[in-house]
Design a protein around this ligand. Structure first.
Ligand code: ADP
Length: 744
């Protein structure tokens, strides 16, 4: 079964078409583009209730479309017309029989609901899985690409570090690049060349960025023009933005690099448009089309004449006022204007008796009387007529200009795209320079070799100097899986995310925070972070964890990168350890998967796997013990730890000493009576099922045997270890301890 899927951004005209093979992939794509609205066939909610529910739960509004929308005939009709094509080959949709039906439906829906001209939607981009490195929704969240897990803030995300763009178009494109890392080496190298070029020539780059800084969102403005909803002031911004383009192009002349040359050639200087707008628009046009003041003096004789009628009108009125004062002898007589009554002669009550016969009363005020005369009426008509006509003429000239610009939409869109690209790669060059990133080498042999790698966000937040760099080495043979042990807070998840982010940065075409990096292209990055770090809603955290694990095991390939943090933490120790173990076996199996994997765990028992499971290597994060305390060194080294240091971390966190001391005693008792190693054997080993079960039972029993008091044992058995908070755990421990002491 295949699913066709299309994404349209009406405001920018972007149109993507694809096809996927599973419901999960369908959801992944939807979450990646995060649309406001999803159009589905009539029968969709009945046929795929779970999908529909998930979409609704994520806040996507699901609309049912007419079934005609989704037909092959409709697709052919609307797509060929909209994109002026005569065949699906021309559109690149020959192999997208489902995709094009979704595209046809999306377009029909827009044509029916948008009432506006859709001529800006003039390009369609089919893409297949083979184009981008896929990141699913949970990876985007877990790696904190756009917002932090905890506060949903941009600050603290990868985007926060990278976004040094100067334009709205650049920021949008950057977001897309982060979401869709490339997987073709030459495309990646081309982007890296751009970053390198702009990193090398600082002065020229900064000059370009200064120009970019004055450019408004051309993509949105051209849309307003296309919809004829642009106002004169926005039109001026549009013109002023375009006016920056020739300056940028001339700076770009100084770059000899081929990709910069290609980029320069994709940008149209649009000088003719700028000239045309500059000739018509005044320097300070009003914000609405009906207030006049749009057209520059000297552009139209008619406008100039009507304007002078207005100025002359002022003089006529002043003359009439002087005349009337003379004639009536009323010194305080004034000609005034308001929007309701127009022009009138105002006479205070004290002078009312001097008013001549031919004055006609217009309005009575508390302390004055308002009049008009035939002569005043005549002047008023002349002046108001000129004003009305002026507004009308200016409006027509302006709309004419808008029409002309709308006709040039494609050129503007192309230039806007070029400028966005320029902005993004200048920004990445700024980041590379400011934070000392290096150009990664890119390989297709599946080797990930990072020396002195740093976490881009943690490094920036901690002020740079304090961050401890670390190496990573993964390949498809001896070093496929790194099992990373170390106490909580040692820096395991930071280390693993750093590796994923460096790979992602390299594949999006950015320099990377490392001393040296050689990055083997991966097809997908999967992350699974510890249950307690999740803000899961509804489902139990363990269920969420296992769902994610299931998804990863089903979808990862030999070319994927897996970041697995504390798999199995959400359940009891034995369960958790067993699940973690079995998952590792599955991943390591090259016939089944063989993905490169960083696997952090506090089950130091898993370090036994080195030597048993092919391609598995142990690493740990150094801590130094000083007396009862531990010091985090943040340095990753070869070899596993044989201790969890949980009690030491509890001490550091301020858990009362009575408790930590007692915990230590309990731990000693547990370890001496039941070696955890006794359960640490491959579940797919040579032993029969029964033998393995007995083995498990024995170790479980020996764990329980260490407690002498039945009540306490029962309580411990009933405890849902996977779902209690650290505070509850400490309280429980305290309580059990106190009762055990009482019994003694
Ligand atoms: P773990 O996953 O082992 O519990 P974390 O990765 O959450 O630990 O790291 C704990 C803290 O240590 C984080 O607050 C992080 O800022 C800091 N940290 C981690 N790695 C480094 C490093 N290499 N250099 C400096 N600080 C680090």
């Amino acid at each position: 079964i295949r699913y066709g899927i299309s994404f349209v951004d009406v405001s920018t005209g972007e149109f993507f078409v694809s096809e996927v093979e599973s419901e999960q992939r369908l959801l992944d794509e939807v979450f990646r583009f995060s649309p406001k609205e999803v159009l589905v066939p009539d029968a969709f909610p009945e046929e795929y209730p779970e999908l529909a529910e998930t979409l609704e739960a994520e806040g996507v509004s699901v609309q049912k479309g007419l079934s005609d929308y989704f037909s092959e005939e409709n697709a052919r009709l609307v797509l060929f017309r909209q994109f002026k094509a005569a065949s699906y080959e021309a559109l690149g949709l020959a192999d997208y029989s489902c995709g094009r039906r979704s595209a046809g439906a999306a377009l029909s829906y827009l044509l029916d609901t948008q009432k506006n001209d859709l001529s800006h939607i003039n390009e369609l981009h089919p893409y297949s899985d083979g184009t981008f490195c896929r990141l699913d929704g949970s990876t985007i969240r877990n790696l904190e690409l756009f917002c932090t897990l905890r506060d949903k803030e941009k600050r603290g995300s990868l985007f926060w570090v990278l976004d040094r763009t100067k334009t709205a178009m650049g920021a949008r494109l950057l977001k897309t690049l982060v979401e869709r890392p490339l997987i073709k080496k030459d495309e990646i190298e081309e982007r890296l060349d751009l970053v390198e070029a702009f990193k090398g020539k600082i002065m020229l780059r900064e000059e370009i960025r200064e120009y970019l800084g004055s450019i408004f969102d051309l993509e949105r403005l051209i849309m307003k023009i296309a919809y004829r909803t642009v106002n004169p002031r926005e039109m001026l911004s549009f013109k002023n933005s375009i006016a920056m383009v020739p300056g940028i192009l001339s700076v770009l002349q100084d770059f000899e690099e081929e990709p910069v040359r290609t980029l320069r050639l994709s940008i149209d200087p649009l000088s003719d448009l700028c000239r045309q707008m500059g000739a018509l628009l005044s320097d300070e046009p009003a914000a609405t089309v009906h207030d006049g003041g749009i057209v520059r003096e000297g552009f139209s004789t008619e406008v100039d004449e009507l304007r002078s009628a207005r100025t002359d009108g002022k003089k006529w009125l002043a003359d009439l006022e002087a005349e009337e004062r003379e004639r009536t002898g009323i010194k305080s007589l004034k000609i005034k204007y308001n929007k309701v009554f127009g022009y009138y002669l105002e006479v205070t009550n004290a002078n009312k008796n001097l008013v001549p016969e031919d004055y006609i009363r217009k309005q009575t005020m508390a302390n004055a009387e308002r009049y008009y005369t035939p002569r005043l009426k005549e002047l008023e008509d002349k002046i108001m007529g000129a004003q009305e006509r002026l507004v009308q003429v200016e409006y027509e000239l302006f709309m004419h200009l808008v029409e002309d610009m709308a006709a040039q939409m494609e050129r503007v869109q192309k230039t806007a795209k070029g400028l966005a690209r320029l902005d993004v790669f200048c920004a990445l060059a700024v980041v590379a320079e400011k934070y000392h990133y290096v150009r990664p080498a890119i390989n297709e042999q599946g080797l990930i070799d990072i020396q002195g790698g740093r976490h881009p966000v943690v490094e920036k937040s901690s002020g740079g100097g304090n961050f401890v760099p670390n190496d990573t080495y993964l390949d498809e043979k001896e070093n496929q899986i790194s099992i990373i042990t170390g106490p909580n807070m040692a820096g395991k998840s930071t280390y693993m995310r750093q590796c994923a982010l460096i790979v992602l940065l390299a594949q999006m075409g950015s320099f990377v925070p490392a001393e040296r990096a050689d990055i083997g292209i991966v097809d997908r990055i999967f992350t699974r972070v510890g249950a307690s770090d999740d803000l899961a809603s509804g489902q139990s955290t363990f269920m969420v964890e296992m769902n994610e694990v299931a998804n990863i095991l089903r979808n990862a390939t030999r070319h994927s990168l897996l970041i697995l943090d504390e798999i199995g933490r959400g359940t009891g120790t034995f369960d958790g350890l067993s699940i973690a173990w079995a998952v590792l076996e599955y991943i390591s199996d090259k016939k089944r998967m063989g993905a490169k994997t960083l696997f952090a765990t506090h089950y130091h028992e898993l370090t036994e796997l080195e030597g048993i499971l092919p391609g598995t290597k142990n690493y740990s994060i150094l801590v130094r013990e000083s007396g009862e305390d531990i010091v985090f060194l943040r340095k990753i080294v070869k070899g596993g730890t044989d201790k969890s240091y949980g009690i030491e971390v509890a001490r550091l966190a301020g858990v009362p000493e009575r408790v930590t001391k007692r915990a230590k005693e309990i731990a000693n008792a547990l370890y001496s009576q039941s070696s955890p190693l006794s359960i640490a054997m491959p579940l797919s080993g040579r032993k029969g099922k029964d033998a393995r079960n007995r083995e498990m039972e024995r170790s479980q029993l020996s764990f329980v045997d260490t407690m002498s008091d039945d009540d306490i044992v029962r309580e411990l058995q009933e405890l849902d270890v996977g779902h209690i908070t650290p505070i509850e755990a400490v309280n429980k421990l305290y309580d059990l301890h106190a009762r055990a002491m009482n019994r003694c």
